[in-house]
Structures are given as C-alpha cells and as structure tokens.
Design a protein around this ligand. Structure first.
Ligand code: THU
Length: 146
C-alpha cells in the first residue's frame, strides 16, 4: 500500500500577507548574537488570529530556542489550540524549513495538510504540508485509548 503525499491546504492571500508581515516583524527582533541567523515565525490559529515569535539564543548554546516554539507559546497562551498555517522567515542561504524538533512541536496542534511557508524578508518561497516535512509522525492520537 502506498500513501499519496498530502498537499498543503492553500492559504488566502490575505492570511499569507498577515503571516509574512508578522514573521518579518518578529525576525527583526530575533535575539541571535551567536549564530547571527535571525528567524521569525508566524502561525494562524483556528480563530484566524496570528501569533508570532522569534529565536532566542543563549550564551549556554543548547538553552536557546526556535522562533516556532516562541510563536506556539503565544498561541497556546491566547487560548487557541489549533495551528492552521505557519510561515517562517529565515536569513538568506537555503530556504528555511522548521527544524526537526519544531516539526514535532507543530504536529501537536496541526493537521497533516497544514501549510508551512518558507520565506525571507524579501521573498516568499516553497510551501510544504506538515505531512511532507514530518511523514509517518507520532501525535496525540497515538495516546488516545481505543
Ligand atoms: N532556528 C529557528 O528559530 N527555527 C528553525 O526552524 C531553524 C533554526 C534558529 C535556532 C538558532 O537560533 C538559529 O536559528 C540557527 O540555528
């Protein structure tokens, strides 16, 4: 049996612009003095609200955290429980995609077809679904009793 790849659900141009603006603003405030790789992330919840976050590095390197984690914290604090779309602004080089740990964090609140948009401050890049970036994943369903 072969599963078809899950394509990302399209975001409206309005939501895309809102996410991009919020992620650019977060990117501008990132605290990344060690890597010099600023990241801004924005996520839209089930109410259409946008939540943003940036990476926050630390002199004790492993203690830093990613922009997506910051944005997810803001979403949960607001009372929302679903992620309907993600946009991440990186700092040049290859198109950014969420790190492995952040893919799993997003998996907690998103459906397989949730769109994840890669971007820079200057341009929008490729769009993936959560399933494309984290296939055959482990999630809350696995812990539900039958
Ligand atoms: N980073 C993020 O914030 N999100 C990602 O998806 C990839 C990496 C951060 C972590 C670190 O502060 C810097 O980018 C370089 O790895």
């Amino acid at each position: 049996m072969s599963a078809l790849p899950v394509e990302p659900v399209p975001l409206s141009s309005t939501v895309l612009e809102q996410l991009w603006a919020a992620a650019r603003a977060a990117h501008a405030r990132a605290y990344a003095p060690y890597s010099r790789y600023a990241v801004g992330a924005a996520i839209v919840d089930e109410h259409g609200q946008v939540h943003a976050g940036c990476n926050v590095e630390n002199a004790a390197y492993p203690q830093g955290w990613c922009a997506e984690a910051s944005a997810l914290s803001a979403l949960v604090l607001s009372g929302a429980r679903q992620v309907r779309g993600v946009l991440v602004v990186g700092t040049g080089g290859a198109w950014i995609t969420p790190c492995g740990g952040c893919r799993q964090k997003l998996r907690e609140f998103g459906e397989p077809d949730m769109p994840i948009v890669s971007a820079t401050v200057e341009a929008l890049g490729p769009v993936y679904s959560l399933e494309q970036l984290l296939p055959h994943s482990f999630g809350p369903d696995h812990l539900r009793k039958p």
